[in-house]
Design a binder for this molecule. Sequence first.
Ligand code: ZN
Length: 164
Amino acid sequence: MERIWAPWRQSYVSNARPDKSCIFCQDHAGKGDRERLILARSDYSLMMLNRYPYTGGHLMVAPLRHTAELDDLSDAELLDLMHQLCRGQALLKRVASPDGFNVGLNLGRAAGAGVEEHLHIHVVPRWNGDSNFMTVVGDVRVIPDGLAEAYDRLKSALADGDAA
Ligand SMILES: [Zn+2]
């Protein structure tokens, strides 16, 4: 997999977010799921592509409810979130055949959360020979094709998987 440099991510990390609305909650008038990069929804959670990916196919799953605390989630919400996580991982396995995954939560600004007020789980596909997850924060490789193309490919694979 080819990778390109993503200089915009550094400014994203170091600058205050200009828009305080929550990317997991906001319902932009006239903007659909494709524009928001949302791939799937369930009763209590959603799956979306990360607009500032660490690697191609970097997904996030989040509860629909706006909360920063894991222990604020009900059993049903927690279970649904885990199912969404499994679904995202299965999707990436099918589409991108990664050699491994980094799956995790950054809780709180000090821990590196980009959106600290709404918890979300990162699902980052990894390939043998790519660089270490923790060292790519400053200069990040992203997918060679655009986000829209990646979204369409994953969305289509998701539909195929659901139909199977
Ligand atoms: Zn939110």
